[in-house]
Design a protein around this ligand. Structure first.
Ligand code: ZN
Length: 207
């Protein structure tokens, strides 16, 4: 199959929830176990978008699918939080034909580095891979607003927020996925005695 056909096939696959989950399953990106999410919550499942995005055809298709949902908004720049948002942000920027830049942590705060700039009034789309509590997306929106930019929307591949990302701008996701999350103090997996693992590492999160 030629690359363009693969992209078209992937874009079609992303249009329905079950088939979207199938991409995650087929790429090994839907993990089951006991995980510490970056939000601080625990979960019995984790969606490792990097394992989908490692395939450039899937990454391009996800970026194109997000771009289609926001194309009418007059977006001038895509801004993503490092590291999780960089690859999908780049693909959304490619599909929209606009710049894609990223914010990264310095002394615990998200900041623009590397000479990246945003002008006052610049129309910005904030793009993430997964939104769970919305915390890092809100922080990224704050970075852009601090430069005077206008945040017209936020977008992600996966919405794990349960339909309530708590964002101050319109939010678009390719798939809304209901996976269980628990406060650490009320996590049944912790109560069963298993250690929570940081996704991507093989060591318990408490180590
Ligand atoms: Zn737990």
């Amino acid at each position: 199959m030629r690359a363009a056909e693969l992209v078209a096939a992937s874009a079609a696959i992303l249009t329905t929830h079950m088939d979207f989950i199938d991409i995650f399953r087929r790429t090994g990106a839907l993990l089951e176990g006991h995980f510490l999410l970056s939000s601080g919550l625990h979960s019995s499942a984790y969606m490792q978008c990097a394992l989908v995005l490692q395939h450039p055809a899937h990454a391009e298709a996800c970026g194109a699918a997000i771009a289609e949902r926001v194309r009418s908004l007059g977006i001038q720049t895509v801004l993503s939080p490092a590291l999780g948002g960089i690859v999908i942000g780049q693909e959304v920027g490619r599909a929209l034909g606009v710049r894609a830049i990223f914010a990264e942590r310095q002394d615990g705060r998200l900041v623009l580095r590397r000479g990246f700039t945003l002008a006052a009034g610049e129309r910005v789309l904030v793009v993430e891979d997964v939104v769970t509590t919305g915390g890092s997306t809100r922080e990224t929106i704050g970075v852009a607003r601090g430069r005077g930019a206008e945040i017209v929307a936020a977008a992600a591949i996966v919405d794990r927020s349960g339909g309530n990302p708590g964002l101050p701008v319109p939010f678009h996701a390719l798939a809304a996925v209901a996976l269980p999350t628990y406060d650490p103090g009320a996590c049944p997996l912790c109560q069963a005695g298993s250690p929570a693992i940081k996704p991507g590492s093989r060591t318990p999160a408490s180590a």
